[in-house]
Design a binder for this molecule. Structure first.
Ligand SMILES: [Zn+2]
Length: 285
């Protein structure tokens, strides 16, 4: 059975290792609909999207988390954002001439990976690591190593219709357990998983196949969906950061200022009256 858009946590309790699996089918097809992405940027986008959803599993509050890489190579932007409610949006910008390589260095060039955590209430936090590894999975592991000092392992795979991601992470008290081989064993077993196997079996079957000799707790699956967080208010915010003079100069040329959402294609329009009101009243929230 092909499991649809879902997120599921599991715990290898005796090993003190937690895990998560995300699967995207229809929701990822909505992201890529009408975009005609070639295979390489599409696969990168699938990885970043899965990663953003997986990483919301570590959030201890309501809010959202973004995985964001900006580079100087042929792929100039890779961004995915997901909420604690497991809705996401994502985008990739690339040049037509792409190298035939899956190496992040070849695709993004000199680049940084930023992880931004934005609680609905409270302070925004951003962690940045240089993109110095050849895969996104390795870069994310590097990020967790630096930011939380927690060994973390990511796996991703995708095709035209389907993508999945798996994350394993040591619990902070792992260092106190006797079985210090657990991490290597659990990680190596995960690496034996093929994409075909993931597509043909549900999470319970996969986890049983991999970890039947360990004690595994599987938590309830949560639905995942594509949902853009753009709004008129957010568009007004970006218009406000453009500045009054710049905004009004556009209106000398055009009857309205149009803002298109790159994620979902929504179109917002603001006329002179609305723009004047914006700068008279002050920054929208
Ligand atoms: Zn949108």
């Amino acid at each position: 059975m092909l499991e649809g858009d879902s997120f599921q946590k599991f715990l290898l309790d005796e090993c003190h290792i937690r895990g998560e699996i995300v699967r995207l089918s229809k929701s990822f097809q909505e992201v890529t609909a009408n975009k005609d992405y070639p295979q390489i940027p599409r696969a990168l986008l699938a990885q970043a999207t899965c990663a953003s959803v997986l990483m919301t599993g570590t959030l201890k509050f309501e809010g959202r988390l973004a995985v964001h890489a900006r580079g100087e190579g042929p792929v100039s932007l890779l961004m995915a954002e997901a909420t604690d409610q497991k809705s996401f949006r994502s985008i990739v910008h690339y040049e037509d001439a792409l190298p035939d390589s899956n190496d992040l260095g070849d695709l993004l060039g000199k680049a940084q990976l930023a992880i931004t955590i934005e609680p609905d209430k409270g302070q925004r936090y951003q962690g940045i690591v240089p993109l110095e590894r050849s895969t996104l999975a390795e870069c994310l592991a590097h990020y967790f190593d630096l930011s939380e000092q927690l060994d973390t392992h990511f796996m991703f795979a995708s095709d035209d219709e389907y993508c999945y991601g798996l994350m394993l992470q040591k619990l902070p008290d792992y260092k106190y357990i006797d079985d210090q081989d657990a991490w290597d064993r659990v990680r190596q077993l995960a690496e034996t998983l093929s994409f075909e196997e993931v597509k043909q079996n549900d999470n319970a079957t996969i986890l049983h196949r991999l970890y039947h000799e360990e004690s595994v707790q599987v938590y309830e699956s949560e639905p995942v969906r594509f949902e853009c967080t753009c709004s008129e208010e957010r568009s007004l915010n970006s218009l406000y950061s453009l500045g009054k003079d710049e905004a009004l100069s556009i209106l000398d040329e055009e009857p309205v200022i149009g803002i298109d959402c790159q994620f979902c294609g929504a179109h917002y329009e603001f006329d002179r009256e609305r723009v004047n009101e914006l700068f008279n009243v002050g920054k929208p929230h």
